[in-house]
Design a protein around this ligand. Structure first.
Ligand code: ASP
Length: 314
C-alpha cells in the first residue's frame, strides 16, 4: 500500500491485515521502553490545517514509537496565514524530504491532490466531509477486540451524518467487515441517496434497541452554513443517546470530541458500555500499523524493516 487516502481503496483483507498488525503493536505500549526501531531514519511530517486533539497526538506518538523523526506543522502560526497555498507549502516542506506526510484539511480530496505533488507516502487524517480512514480502521480494531468479529453485527450510526467524514469512512469499513449498517438522524442531517452505500436509513431512534453497536456522531458546527435543527435542545430530545435509549448489552462509540448533553448524555459517556477511551488507545497502534504499512512494509528496500509481530526495543 503506497498511500492511505480512503477506505474505498481498501478491501477486507487490507483492513484485517492493518488491524492484525495494530494488535501486534499493542504489546509495545505495555513495555517500559515503548519503542521499536521499525522506522528509524524515516521522517514523518504531520500537516494539520484543522483542529485536532486525538488524531494529531496519536499520529505523533505512533511515529515516535516506531522511531521515526517527526515534524509537526500546524497551519495556524505558519506562512499559510501569509497566504501560502497548499501546493507551495507541500513543495516547501518537501525540501525536508519527508518519507510520509500525514495531512488533515477542511478540503475534500486534498489528500489525494497532495499525493500527486510529492514522492512521500500520504496518509489522509481527514479531508473535509470526505473521509477519515484511520478513524474507521481504529473503530474496526476496537470492535474486533470487543466483539471478536463484525460479521452480522448491527451497527447504528446516529446524528450528523451529512457533515461527517467519519460516517462515510465507517459505513464503508463496517460493511466491508460484514456488519449491517443503519444511519439515523434528522432528515436534514442525512445525505440524500446515502442508501446507495448499502446502508439502511432511519429518521427516528424507535428501533435503536435492535443495534449491537451505537455509534454517535458529533454535531459538526464548523461545517454548517445553515441551521439544520431548530435547536440543540430539540435535537437532544429526539436523537440524544442517553440512559433511556442505550441498553446494557449495546456497545457505545463516539469518535470525539463529545458534546456532552447534546449527542450523548453524560451518564452514557461514563457508562461501562462506552468504549470511547479504548478507541483513543486503538488510535495509536492502528496509526503505527498504517505508517508501517506505507513505509516499511510497502518498500522492500526499507533499511530498517522489522517484523512487527516480534518488535525489538530500540
Ligand atoms: N474527530 C473526528 C473528525 O475529525 C470527528 C469529529 O470531529 O466530530 O472528523
Amino acid at each position: 500500500m503506497r498511500h492511505l487516502l480512503s477506505i474505498e481503496d481498501l478491501d477486507r483483507a487490507d483492513i484485517e491485515r492493518i488491524c492484525d498488525r495494530a494488535g501486534a503493536f499493542e504489546e509495545v505500549a505495555e513495555r517500559e521502553v515503548k519503542k521499536v526501531p521499525a522506522l528509524r531514519g524515516r521522517t514523518v511530517l504531520n500537516l494539520f490545517y484543522e483542529a485536532s486533539t486525538r488524531t494529531r497526538s496519536s499520529f505523533e506518538l505512533a511515529a515516535k514509537r516506531l522511531s521515526a523523526d517527526v515534524v509537526n506543522f500546524a497551519a495556524s502560526g505558519s506562512s499559510v496565514e501569509k497566504g501560502e497555498s497548499l501546493k507551495d507549502t507541500i513543495l516547501t516542506l518537501g525540501a525536508h524530504k519527508p518519507d510520509a506526510i500525514v495531512i488533515r484539511t477542511p478540503w475534500a480530496g486534498a489528500a489525494e491532490l497532495v499525493s500527486r505533488w510529492t514522492p512521500a507516502a500520504i496518509v489522509n487524517a481527514g479531508d473535509g466531509k470526505h473521509e477519515h480512514p484511520t478513524q474507521a480502521l481504529l473503530d474496526v480494531h476496537t470492535l474486533r477486540r470487543r466483539l471478536g468479529n463484525l460479521d452480522g453485527a448491527k451497527i447504528w450510526i446516529v446524528g450528523d451524518v451529512l457533515h461527517s467524514r467519519v460516517a462515510r469512512s465507517n459505513i464503508l469499513a463496517f460493511q466491508k467487515m460484514g456488519a449491517e449498517v443503519t444511519v439515523a438522524g434528522p432528515p436534514t442531517l442525512i445525505p440524500r441517496g446515502i442508501e446507495a452505500l448499502g446502508c439502511d436509513v432511519r429518521y427516528t431512534l424507535d428501533d435503536l434497541p435492535q443495534a449491537d453497536v451505537v455509534y454517535a456522531l458529533r454535531m459538526q458546527h464548523e461545517r454548517m452554513t445553515d441551521s439544520f435543527v431548530p435547536s440543540l435542545r430539540e435535537y437532544a430530545t429526539w436523537y440524544q443517546v442517553n440512559g433511556r435509549r442505550l441498553g446494557p448489552r449495546q456497545v457505545l462509540m463516539h469518535p470525539g470530541p463529545v458534546n456532552r448533553g447534546v449527542e450523548l448524555s453524560a451518564e452514557v459517556v461514563d457508562s461501562p458500555q462506552a468504549v470511547i477511551t479504548a478507541q483513543v488507545a486503538a488510535g495509536v497502534v492502528v496509526r503505527m500499523a498504517v505508517l508501517y504499512e506505507v513505509l516499511a512494509h510497502a518498500n522492500a528496500t526499507a533499511p530498517h524493516e522489522t517484523d512487527p509481530s516480534h518488535p525489538v526495543p530500540a
